[in-house]
Design a binder for this molecule. Structure first.
Ligand SMILES: *Cc1c(COP(=O)(O)O)cnc(C)c1O
Length: 341
């Protein structure tokens, strides 16, 4: 049995999703004539109570577009030192936007309002870069699927308003956060200037992300997407998958969360594991005892057909997802309990 826990992006489309893709009403989206894309964009904008949404081939491109539209070259953005936009987008912040990052050591990828306030460069001090944007991530990836407390987001927004900063949310796993916290997506739409979401993570789509914001912001985003080469033609086949996933694959995220929580408990009981980050969604991050080799442990599990990855030195990551079945889960738990390392 092959059990792939390296990411929630390894899923294949479900039967229902494939059917929805087959009957999609498509057109050329570069001419804005793809019915399925237009419909998905309207649905997602309405879901967050925002004016407009734009379909993207990847979450990276959606984030990079947002950063580009909120900044000018030379500006600085504020984010956590674990942020995806800083660590895992190929240096795009500087490549695409000529922007630097002021990094905050937050709590598992989450920053707070007083940290943001302390990181703003004085606007009249012309020697330092101009602070223009704050990027939050929810759930946090490298922070192990941690969710923001919405009250803290509100406080961060106040700081942004006082200091004329835009606020972007990297919501690649916002669906997981919403499922776990029961927060209202419209409340998110009210606070953030732009939000990116992914359909290709927990929702199980093969491809697809979206950027959501004001009419005016999305007009600029359309041009930036073009420049980045993100204009797609009959993208409606992908949009149909996303529409299907929004309707049918959101609720089952709780199953992924439940399995991750169970894995957390089992790991806590293993003597070669030194630390397990508290699980609130579908990501489990843990560390082995001092002196044990992460790669050797990962290779050991691979001999049992289980795939995991390292996420930075001293951290191993497990991500549960739709295609990680109950059968896989029970088998994996048995393996974990039986191996010695
Ligand atoms: C996966 C991910 C993205 C986007 O990744 P793509 O592979 O480009 O779709 C953005 N932010 C976070 C936190 C992610 O986990």
């Amino acid at each position: 049995m092959e059990i792939n826990l390296i990411s929630d992006t390894v899923t294949r489309p479900s039967e229902g999703m494939l059917q929805a893709m087959l009957v999609a009403q498509v057109g050329d989206d570069v001419f804005k004539e793809d019915h399925a894309v237009n419909q998905l964009e309207e649905t997602v904008a309405a879901l967050f109570g925002m004016e407009k949404a734009l379909f993207f081939p990847s979450g990276t491109m959606a984030n990079q577009t947002a950063i580009k539209l909120h900044t000018q070259p030379g500006d600085q953005l504020i984010c956590d030192h674990y942020a995806h936009v800083y660590n895992y987008e190929g240096g795009g912040v500087s490549f695409n936007s000529g922007v630097s990052c002021k990094l905050i050591e937050g709590d598992r990828g989450r920053i707070n309002a007083s940290q943001v306030l302390a990181s703003i460069n004085p606007p009249d001090f012309y020697h330092s870069p101009k602070t223009r944007l704050v990027c939050l991530e929810n759930t946090t990836n490298k922070g192990g699927g941690a969710c923001y407390d919405f009250e803290e987001i509100k406080k961060i927004k106040e700081v942004c308003l006082e200091h004329d900063l835009s606020l972007h949310l990297d919501g690649a796993r916002l669906w997981n956060a919403l499922e776990a916290t029961n927060d209202d997506p419209v409340a998110y739409g009210h606070i953030f200037d732009t939000i990116s979401v992914c359909f290709s993570k927990g929702l199980g789509c093969p491809v697809g992300s979206m950027l959501i914001g004001s009419e005016k912001a999305m007009e600029s985003a359309l041009r930036i997407r073009k420049v980045l080469g993100g204009g797609m033609r009959q993208a409606g086949y992908l949009a149909a998958a996303a529409s299907y996933a929004l309707e049918h694959h959101r609720k089952p995220l709780v199953e992924d969360h439940k399995k991750a929580k169970e894995i957390e408990h089992v790991l806590q009981g293993l003597e070669f594991v030194s630390k397990v980050e508290s699980v609130s969604t579908n990501i489990v991050i843990f560390s082995l005892n001092e002196g044990l080799d992460d790669n050797q442990f990962i290779a050991n599990l691979a001999t049992h057909g289980v795939r995991l990855i390292q996420l930075g030195k001293g951290k191993i990551r497990i991500v549960t997802h739709r295609d990680y079945t109950l059968e896989h889960h029970n088998h994996f738990i048995r393996i974990l309990k039986s191996i010695s390392f």
